[in-house]
Design a binder for this molecule. Structure first.
Ligand code: GSF
Length: 200
C-alpha cells in the first residue's frame, strides 16, 4: 500500500499513529505530498480528486480517503478493535470532534498562508478559534472519562489534534482553564506512536 503523506499534517498523523499502534507500518510505503488548496502540484489529484492527504492506495480497489475512512479500513484490516462496537457512536463522535479541531486549525493556517495579507479576514480566523475553544471545553467537560478508558480511535484523533495546536498555534495557550485535557495530552503524547510521529 502507498500512503500520501506530509509530516506536518494532523490527519496524516492519525493514520501513522494507527499504523504504529497496530503493527502495520511495514505494509505501507510513504510517498511525500505537500500542498494547499492553491497549490496542488504535488498532491495526489489523480488518486483523490479532492487533492488532499492522507490518501491510501491499495494493491487493488479504489484509493481510500479521508483519514476517517483510511483509519477505519486499517483498523479492520488488522482486527485491532480501535472502533469497538459497544462504544462505536461515542468513538466516532469523539473522532469527529477532534477532526473538527484540526479542520478549524488548518483553515486558520491557510488563511494566513494562502491569502495576501490585506485579504486576511480576522473575524473569520477568530470564528475558527472559537470553534476550537468550544470543542476543547467539551473535551474538558464531557469526554474526560472516555479519554481515560482503553485506547481507541477517538483518543488517537484527540492526541493528534492537540499536538497540532501546539505545533501551529502554540501562542494561543489552549491549555488555560483545561487542566484535565492538558494532563491527558501530556500522558498521551509520551506514547511511542506519538513520539515517532511528531509534526515537522
Ligand atoms: C482532511 C484532510 C486535509 O485537509 C481528512 O483526511 O480527514 N477531512 C480530511 N488535509 C490537508 C493537509 S493537512 O493540513 O492535514 C490537505 O490535504 N490540504 C490540501 C487541500 O487542498 O485542502
Amino acid at each position: 500500500m502507498k500512503l500520501f503523506h506530509a509530516p506536518a499534517s494532523p490527519f496524516v498523523r492519525k493514520v501513522m499513529v494507527l499504523l504504529h499502534e497496530t503493527g502495520q507500518l511495514a505494509d505501507v510505503e510513504i510517498v511525500a505530498a505537500t500542498g494547499t488548496p492553491v497549490d496542488s502540484a504535488q498532491m495526489p489529484v489523480s488518486e483523490n480528486p479532492l487533492g488532499k492527504i492522507p490518501t491510501l492506495v491499495r494493491p487493488s480497489g479504489p484509493a481510500l480517503f479521508d483519514s476517517r475512512v483510511i483509519c477505519r479500513y486499517l483498523d479492520q484490516r488488522a482486527g485491532s478493535g480501535l472502533f469497538p462496537e459497544r462504544r462505536l457512536w461515542e468513538v466516532l463522535t469523539l473522532e469527529a470532534l477532534a477532526d473538527g479541531i484540526m479542520e478549524a486549525a488548518v483553515l486558520m493556517v491557510y488563511e494566513t498562508r494562502c491569502r495576501p495579507e490585506e485579504k486576511v479576514h480576522a473575524p473569520w480566523v477568530e470564528g475558527q478559534w472559537a470553534k476550537i475553544g468550544r470543542a476543547l471545553n467539551a473535551l474538558e467537560g464531557r469526554w474526560m472519562s472516555h479519554l481515560a478508558g482503553p485506547l481507541d480511535m477517538g483518543q488517537i484523533a484527540c492526541g493528534c489534534a492537540l499536538g497540532y495546536l501546539d505545533f501551529r498555534l502554540g501562542d494561543r495557550d489552549w491549555r488555560r482553564g483545561r487542566d484535565g485535557v492538558a494532563d491527558w495530552e501530556r500522558r498521551f503524547a509520551s506514547r511511542e506512536s506519538m513520539l515517532a510521529t511528531l509534526p515537522a
